[in-house]
Design a protein around this ligand. Structure first.
Ligand code: SAM
Length: 172
């Protein structure tokens, strides 16, 4: 079930989906790290969420678009995954209402929101929490304010040359 859904998504890959290298890396990371609560911001059809959910106890996903949310929910159902909760709506509004702390947060929505979303995510991090940010190489030119903030901050950050560029951020 899980493999069939993932294979179908990969065969019909659409450009905004995270790269295979990225989701495989995240899954491997989660296998060791074992997040209790994970959060994904920007879910599309649920491809990266399926990999994040494999070794997370609970995964919360936020997706703005109604059509994408329906596709994602169907994919979670067909993959036999039951530890994902999908919140449909604008992440900038939803993040302000979340009360949980998250061990892992994956940011992968429209690039113009990265900085605001990062700022909203920082208070949601658990003490051991890490944030992964996708497309930091492929979309570097669109992320100038994001890079400026991160570089001036006292956050730990490191850019991994995986997929389209994956940045890991944590509080030191
Ligand atoms: C790059 S795609 C996500 C890809 C997905 N993580 C994957 O690898 O399969 C970005 C998604 O973010 C969603 N999005 C854009 N702006 C958003 C917002 N303000 N709040 C929530 N989701 C948003 C888009 O609808 C789109 O589905």
């Amino acid at each position: 079930m899980f493999e069939e859904v993932v294979n179908r998504l990969e065969e019909n890959r659409i450009q905004p989906m995270a790269s295979k290298d990225t989701v495989e890396f995240l899954s491997l990371f989660c296998e060791d790290f074992m997040p209790l609560n994970a959060l994904e911001i920007g879910t599309l059809y649920g491809y990266s969420a399926l990999f994040l959910s494999k070794h997370s106890k609970e995964l919360t996903c936020i997706e703005l678009d109604h059509f994408n949310s329906i596709q994602a929910k169907n994919n979670f159902l067909n993959a036999g995954v039951s530890n994902i909760k999908l919140l449909e709506g604008d992440a900038l509004k939803i993040l302000k209402k979340l009360e949980n702390k998250y061990d892992l947060i994956f940011i992968d929505l429209a690039k113009k929101y990265y900085l605001d979303v990062l700022k909203l995510c920082l208070p949601l991090l658990s003490p051991r929490g890490v944030i992964f940010v996708d497309n930091t190489i492929s979309h570097k030119d669109k992320l100038k304010d994001f890079f400026f903030f991160v570089e001036k901050s006292d956050l730990f950050y490191f850019e991994l040359e995986i997929g389209k560029g994956l940045m890991i951020i944590s509080k030191v």
